[in-house]
Design a protein around this ligand. Sequence first.
Ligand SMILES: C[S@@+](CC[C@H](N)C(=O)[O-])C[C@H]1O[C@@H](n2cnc3c(N)ncnc32)[C@H](O)[C@@H]1O
Length: 221
Amino acid sequence: MTGLNTSSVGGESTGLQGDITALGEKPSQEFALFFKAWLRQGRKISAATPSSYFLSKEVCSVVDWDKPGTIIELGAGTGPITEYVLKNLRPHHKFVSIERDKGFFDVLKRRFPNAPLIHGDATDLDKTLAGLGIDKADYVLSGLPTPSLPAESFDRLKRWMDRNVFDHGGVFSQLTVVPLYFWPFYRRHFLDVKYKFIGLNLPPGGVYKCRGVRQDSLIAN
Ligand SMILES: C[S@@+](CC[C@H](N)C(=O)[O-])C[C@H]1O[C@@H](n2cnc3c(N)ncnc32)[C@H](O)[C@@H]1O
């Protein structure tokens, strides 16, 4: 597994808060990097700017910080949600953050050198989390361009969450930068969907909180 600081996956001691103050990237550099990646990769990135503090906070609002739990972040980008999680993480949590783009992953490593970061495919969690002792999650925080994912990748992710997240009441919290437009999409794939609009983001966005996979949305084997 590339780039994983396994010593911090277990959640015994986060010790991460100090790193947040030593961020390598200036916000303007972070925006420029994000914008360039978006110009290059378009739908694979989906947003042209990193999420605001307010959008990140809403994505994380599903987490009960007072209770033990496992948090997985999918598609961390330059890390606004990662930062919010790390600031609130307690020793009773397990946390891991996954990003596929090497440029973004390098930024994440510089920003959060002690964080449990994985350079890999967030839609192939059996493989990406193999050997880390994480086979269940309570909170899946996603910045993935989910509606643009290849159908097989999204199907694999839904099946993983069906077995390992929704089976015990976990939740999939997904950001969007196209308010409400994808409501029918999420309703087609998940049993219970709640949406919250967040105006304080560039562009305005929102968060879908989804529970339970619609079995009739799965691709037949
Ligand atoms: C809209 S950006 C969100 C970035 C960040 N979470 C934020 O809120 O600013 C989507 C991110 O998902 C990443 N991504 C897309 N497909 C992925 C995949 N299959 N596995 C891991 N990361 C992926 C992209 O590289 C990009 O960093």
